[in-house]
Write a protein that binds this ligand. Structure first.
Ligand code: GLY
Length: 258
């Protein structure tokens, strides 16, 4: 099954050591190691058959390697978001320049102030989009996002977040009706119609796996999740994300897949 042809990533910048962090995974990122891990991430994506566009590092924005947040890319349109984290809001400008290479002008939409929305709060399940109401994504952002999606024939529903940073911190769709769920998402009625694999608490970080053309990329060091994903019948590739994890970032945050 092939769904994605392209991926956009952005090289981590030296300032990533000053990126936003909850401190859940302590320590400052080691920049050189982050670059090695980023290289491995790009190689893993290429093995999944996508063309990778790698944007240059942007020292103005410590978290800018997490390109998933300033845009949501669908088959029919691109949505430039309005990130709710003040230090990240300006990332939307340079991501739009990159997105313009792939989408015509009339298919590029925007979330406008006072709405805020970050792509980490958006989970695409076929033609339905779940969007997390979080500290970064507000009611007005969700209202605007829904209206945009409906214009293109998509549907959208809100999921209230209680604990985690972004929706996809804790729940991810692996296609074929399969979801990885952890923590607060385990029993949510929103996901009742999916086959759910419940992530053990000690492997919660690995809820953030990504499906790319029938391969699932899994963070390194989470044996229960790796084995569960393999037993669902997926090919897997593991990538070490230890330096991004220190900034609460995971596999999905590091790319836009479309
Ligand atoms: N450090 C990633 C974020 O908080 O947006």
């Amino acid at each position: 099954m092939r769904k994605f042809n392209n991926v956009i990533v952005r090289r981590p910048c030296r300032a990533m050591t000053e990126g936003i962090t909850s401190g859940l995974y302590p320590g400052k990122p080691d920049y050189d190691l982050a670059l090695i891990q980023h290289d491995a991430y790009i190689e893993a994506l290429k093995k999944c058959g996508v063309k990778v566009t790698c944007l240059p590092a942007d020292e103005n924005y410590p978290d800018s390697c997490f390109v998933e947040d300033p845009a949501v890319l669908t088959e029919k349109c691109a949505v430039i978001t309005n990130p709710g984290a003040a230090s990240r809001n300006g990332e939307k400008i340079s991501i739009e320049e990159a997105v313009r290479q792939f989408y015509p002008e009339d298919r590029i939409e925007h979330i406008e102030y006072p709405g805020t929305l970050e792509g980490g709060d958006v989970m695409m399940c076929g033609s339905h989009f779940f969007v997390g109401r979080s500290e970064r994504t507000n009611d007005d952002g969700i209202r605007q996002f829904k209206a945009i999606l409906e214009k293109y024939g998509y549907t959208c529903s809100e999921v209230k977040l209680e604990e985690v940073l972004h929706l996809k911190t804790g729940v991810n769709y692996l296609e074929n009706n399969n979801l990885l769920v952890s923590g607060e998402f385990t029993d949510k009625a929103d996901f009742i119609n999916y086959n759910k694999y419940v992530i053990p608490e000690e492997e919660a970080y690995a809820a953030n796996c990504i499906w790319v053309n029938d391969t699932v990329i899994v963070p390194e060091g989470y044996p229960a999740v790796l084995s569960a994903v393999q037993s669902m019948g997926y090919k897997t590739i593991t990538v070490d994300t230890s330096e991004f994890r220190k900034l609460d970032g995971g596999l999905s945050c590091l790319s836009l897949r479309f």
